[in-house]
Design a protein around this ligand. Sequence first.
Ligand SMILES: [Mg+2]
Length: 228
Amino acid sequence: MARALLIDLDDTLYDERHYVLSGFRAVAGRISGRFPTVEPDRLVAEMIEELDTRGRGKIFDRVLDHVGAGADPQLVQTLVHAYRDHRPAIGLWPGVRETLADLARDHRLAVITDGLGLMQRRKVEALGIADLVGEVFYCWEHGAPKPDPACYIEALRRLDARPEDSVVIGDNPQHDMAAARAVGCRSIRVLTGRFAGGDDAGFPPDAVARSFTDVAKILRDEQFGAVA
Ligand SMILES: [Mg+2]
């Protein structure tokens, strides 16, 4: 039986905010195509401001309102699709590629990612990680959004690994650590991205890493137990 690492994508291997900004630029390009007097950079700045003050949900509606396009549901849908389908300008955090290659020498790796399959596939393509990990699981396409353990169980089966020999690595306690507990894997929480400053939400990990590049050291630490 192999030792498997079941690794989250967003905010674990790269900065998800960079994806969001990349999507905003794609959307701004669409809007300024229709309203040529509107500066794309100004639109991006407005979308960031909306995101940071009022959160996700109605960002495109509000920005269209600002350019005088009012609430046009069809145009909003066009923009949502432009966002989801865009080819993101994103990159792995420094050292992540080398860490994945290092870990792959004595573990089998799978990425397990939540979110719309189209978006997540675009991210995986842009990050160029398919050659570094054995499998990529798109939870929503399995009808099993995190923390549903179904994708994790399937990943262990495909990697021929037992839960007690395997480790879930991710940034979101309520998704990644909760799934690890449900499946019976150990877990490492990375303190990167949106949840870095939050508490463990009742799902304490077995270890905490400042970033993904610290994971190899933790796995080789005897304190982490028989897993590594
Ligand atoms: Mg994540």
